[in-house]
Write a protein that binds this ligand. Structure first.
Ligand code: AR6
Length: 169
């Protein structure tokens, strides 16, 4: 069974097999955690993303899907890019946020990754309320069949850390 852990910190510093990026469908970078990952990992990540756009992902990556690239200079080996939904208070979108977690774990399994770090997908620029995002994230990880041994939620600030950690108390 997967062990779920929580740390408050910066996802780019995590020594895990794969870190997950809260990307956008262009796969070509952005702000928030996406910007931090590309800055810290260097141009190899963007090069790999451009290759994806030039091959199987000509139209970009759909919301709720995930795809991996190498991690450049990061301590992790892989970056799994996923696209969360923008919050618009439509309950149907919860399945898309859940899909980000389950699809990322499916991609991690394909890579043979045993340790995977996730940010709080959609809770920044995409405005998803933290408590609801935390509930969906943890329920989905618990319910997904995976060979990943540790899922580490890396929360940038104390409020996000508390929202996630509260889910398992
Ligand atoms: N490490 C861990 N968590 C972080 C870091 C970091 N270095 N930086 C920010 N967070 P966001 P989204 C937290 O906005 O809402 C980009 O432009 C942050 O506090 O990064 O899914 C993409 O290209 C928040 O809790 O992602 C997309 O266009 C969480 O990570 C769009 O933003 C997610 O915030 C995606 O928006």
């Amino acid at each position: 069974m997967v062990t779920i852990t929580f740390v408050q910190g910066n996802i780019v510093e995590q020594h895990v097999d794969a870190i997950v990026n809260a990307a956008n469908s262009s796969l070509l970078g952005g702000g928030g955690v996406d910007g931090a990952i590309h800055r810290a990992g260097g141009p190899a990540i963007l090069d790999a993303c451009r290759d994806l756009r030039a091959s199987h992902y000509g139209k970009g990556l759909a919301t709720g899907k995930a795809v991996a690239t190498p991690a450049g200079r990061l301590p992790a080996q892989w970056v799994i890019h996923t696209v969360g939904p923008v919050w618009r208070n439509d309950p149907a979108d919860s399945a898309l946020l859940a899909s980000c977690y389950s699809e990322s774990l499916r991609v991690a399994d394909g890579l043979g990754a045993k340790t995977v770090a996730f940010p709080a997908i959609s809770t920044g620029i995409f405005r998803w309320p933290l408590e609801d995002a935390a509930r969906i994230a943890i329920e989905t990880v618990r319910e997904t069949e995976t060979s990943v041994e540790e899922v580490r939620f890396v929360l940038f600030d104390e409020r996000a850390y508390e929202a996630f950690a509260a889910q398992v108390r």
